[in-house]
Design a protein around this ligand. Structure first.
Ligand code: PSV
Ligand code: MN
Length: 391
């Protein structure tokens, strides 16, 4: 146990943690080779909300679900918000989709055709209308815009078009709303991506103003990138809006967070804890952006949340006084040992206590199995069209 953190303060931070799950993780997904359909998958936004609510019930720390528009298009967003509330959760970030229509072949807000740019912008603004109806405070922006070949379009003109659309969207935001701008170093464009890195996103956000911040999707970096450095830098500038957690082995794999590299997740959470950014007042949104292609979706979400909790607990256990002293003394091995001591702590018993405090089963996976949910939805959700990409 860290000398400077009491067991109670660690547990209270873990009880207060809020991790948002993505609606699209509950629908069918796959690779460009094959989508393997699963039984019992939600058929609409209401059923996705139900699954997200179950994840919250089992973990106690996932009280909101992000929507993707138009995958989660409904006639009445206030009604969907009321449904979520009845189920015990809230609707979270709104994610516009400006990448799945033929019009967007050459990009959305960066497209050389002004009519297509206008269409993409109209969708972004429509998503802010949806935020007004759902009570969401975050607009998460990811653009598939980019180029496959050198010379295909002007790199610089595309930045101008991007800035124009971001500005118009920013101006439409309400006082309690903010926009998070995500970057991705490649894919679906291969030669150049219009927001390839945190620096590009950051520069646009600085120009826009304080309600524009960077969204760090952990899967969107080149192998070997030091993500915790990016996190530390952005926190220092007040520009870390939030995360899309997932893990990757090779590309944008969207695997369960903490599955590929739990140590990286710990290092990221260490920067968060050191900066005091776990506190809700810091306004860092901890969101998951994953796809469960082979594994059952609800327990995979539960596991993912448990992985984030484990990394967070370990980060909270870092003896920061001892770390600061070792760093001050230039004690290279000693400071590293302080970090590794925390990382090597088995925090599962502590998290069981946290769950008991929250009044939930200390073993969320066992509770999921015992709930009979999988068997129930397999029957209830027969017929109709299972949700999935493009649904
Ligand atoms: C595509 O790379 C992506 O995974 C981005 O991370 C977005 O956040 C997500 O899809 C939802 O649009
Ligand atoms: Mn993402």
């Amino acid at each position: 146990m860290a000398a400077n953190a009491t067991a109670e303060s660690v547990k209270s931070a873990l009880r207060a943690q809020h991790i948002e799950t993505p609606s699209w993780a509950y629908g069918n997904s796959g690779t460009r080779f094959k989508v393997f359909a699963q039984e019992g998958v939600p058929r609409n936004a209401y059923e996705k909300v139900d699954d997200a609510a179950l994840v919250h019930k089992l973990t106690g720390v996932a009280p909101s679900v992000a929507l993707h528009i138009p995958w989660d298009k409904v006639d009445d967003y206030a009604d969907l918000a009321a449904h979520a509330k009845d189920a015990g959760i809230a609707l979270g970030a709104i994610n516009p989709n400006v990448f799945q229509e033929d019009d967007y072949r050459l990009g959305s807000v960066c497209n050389p055709d002004p009519a297509i740019r206008e269409k993409a912008l109209a969708h972004l603004l429509e998503c802010v209308d949806i935020m007004d109806a759902t009570g969401s405070s975050i607009l998460s922006l990811w653009f598939a815009d980019g180029l496959n070949y050198p010379g295909q379009d002007s790199l610089r003109a595309r930045q101008d078009r991007l800035a124009e659309a971001l500005t118009a969207t920013y101006e439409r935001l309400g006082a309690d709303q903010r926009m998070l701008v995500e970057y991705k170093f490649f894919e679906p464009a291969f030669y150049a991506t219009d927001i390839p890195d945190w620096g590009t996103s950051y520069a646009h956000c600085v120009t826009l103003g304080e309600r524009a911040q960077v969204l760090v999707d952990t899967g969107h970096h080149a192998p070997g990138t030091n993500i915790e450095f990016i996190v530390a830098f952005l926190l220092r500038q007040g520009k870390l809006g939030g995360f899309h957690f997932n893990s990757r082995f090779y590309a944008d794999d969207d695997l369960m967070v903490g599955a590929a590299d739990p140590f990286q997740l710990f290092r990221i959470m260490h920067e968060i804890v050191q900066a005091g950014a776990l506190d809700a007042a810091a306004n860092v949104a901890f969101m998951l952006d994953q796809c469960h292609n082979l594994e059952p979706k609800v327990p995979a979400m539960v596991r993912s949340i448990m992985n984030v909790q484990e990394a967070t607990a370990k980060a909270l256990l870092v003896d920061s006084d001892a770390l600061a002293a070792a760093q001050r003394d230039g004690d290279v091995l000693g400071s590293n040992a302080v970090l590794m001591d925390a990382y090597n702590t088995d925090v599962r018993p502590l998290l069981r206590e946290v769950r008991e405090d929250l009044g939930i089963d200390p073993d969320p996976i066992a509770a999921y199995r015992a709930s009979g949910h999988a068997e129930r939805v397999r029957e209830e959700r027969k017929g109709g069209q299972a949700a999935g990409w493009g649904a």
